[in-house]
Design a protein around this ligand. Structure first.
Ligand SMILES: C[S@@+](CC[C@H](N)C(=O)[O-])C[C@H]1O[C@@H](n2cnc3c(N)ncnc32)[C@H](O)[C@@H]1O
Length: 321
């Protein structure tokens, strides 16, 4: 029986394949143990016993998909508290984690973690990872899947409403929710440490435009939910800064910055101002400034023609909002 694909990314064969993949992923370990047991038998009986094991496991592997990893078999499209469960395609899971550049140094939180696939994939890259899921059966299934994939020690799954959970310590937040839920989360995401990566399957963040968009390659014939977007939480730079003897006034709209640099009567508009996490870059007059923001200080390098030198600035006032 194939999993119902409904409004889900992928064709019918892929749905069935994924289900089989989950079920058989635990098989190699069991085969090793049974092979060892068979080796303890007299040589004459070994091929017959191994053939019997093989037969039994082939049947078990094809029977398991009907059961799911822990007896509970979720249905794609089943209702969830604020959004239904539709799993992210495995190929897109990889794309999302690549976009966020997930490594062993990361703490990844998946908001609405479903069967735990993003959390498990992140843990396989060495990251610590947390899944927040409202459906308790999905939480149990995720825990079992983590054991099957050998990453139980790196992951945690909690049964909670994602809006009630403190995920501020995450270095990467992943989600597959809805535009309006992303918008509800947006203020909290923007308050996270600059440089935190946020990756969303398909759904956007309103006026906060993504820093990068990635999609499933055409040859994978993905039909729905085939792309993801990455946002890098920008440092907060709005306000007035003292830059040497000059005054830099910055206005900020998410990662985009504008404003002016005043030097006596001379006023230069800020052009091409952009933040990537705590990295700032802008042009004033003929000079290109790049640097790093650290709270109320920023410093870096300025280039004017062929000359480069250091610069630093101190915030002296916040803009009134
Ligand atoms: C579209 S699925 C995505 C699952 C998983 N993140 C993935 O990409 O494969 C959304 C998940 O969010 C869960 N969910 C919905 N509302 C929630 C809430 N308020 N708190 C926690 N989980 C929620 C659903 O049960 C479902 O498993």
């Amino acid at each position: 029986m194939k999993a119902p694909c409904l409004t889900y990314a992928g064709n019918a064969e892929e749905c069935e394949c994924r289900r089989v993949y989950d079920a058989v992923s635990a098989v190699p370990l069991k085969i090793k143990i049974l092979r060892r047991m068979a080796m303890a038998l007299p040589r004459f009986y070994r091929p017959w016993v191994l053939a019997l094991f093989f037969l039994v496991f082939t049947c078990l592997a094809s029977a398991q998909p009907q059961q799911g990893a822990g007896g509970y078999q979720p249905e794609e499209g089943q209702s969830g508290k604020d959004v239904v469960w539709i799993p992210t395609e495995d190929v897109l899971v990889d794309i999302m984690l690549n976009m966020a550049n997930v490594t062993g140094k990361d703490y990844v939180v998946d908001l609405g973690s479903g069967d735990g696939r993003l959390v498990i994939a992140a843990a396989k890259r060495g990251a610590r990872a947390l899944g927040v899921e409202y459906n308790p059966q999905m939480v149990e299934l995720s825990k079992k899947n983590a054991v099957l994939h050998g990453v139980a020690d790196k992951v945690q799954f909690i049964h909670a409403d994602l809006f009630d959970v403190d995920f501020s310590q995450a270095t990467v937040v992943t989600m597959f929710l809805l535009d309006e839920l992303n918008l509800k989360l947006r203020p909290r995401l923007l308050d996270m440490k600059p440089g935190t990566r946020v990756v969303s399957n398909t759904f956007m963040m309103g006026e906060w435009k993504p820093d990068q968009i990635g999609s499933v390659p055409a040859e994978r014939k993905c039909a729905y939910y085939c792309f993801a977007s990455l946002w890098i939480v920008p440092a907060k730079v709005e306000g007035t800064w003292k830059l040497g003897s000059r005054e830099l006034t910055l206005e900020q709209r998410f990662q985009m910055i504008s404003g002016e640099l005043k030097s006596g009567a001379r006023v230069e508009p800020i052009k091409e101002g952009v933040l990537k996490g705590d990295q700032i870059s802008f042009i004033a007059g003929e000079t290109h400034y790049t640097g790093r923001v650290d709270g109320n200080r920023m410093q870096g390098k300025l280039t004017s023609g062929k000359k480069s030198t250091g610069w630093s600035a101190q915030r002296v006032g916040y803009a009134l909002k």
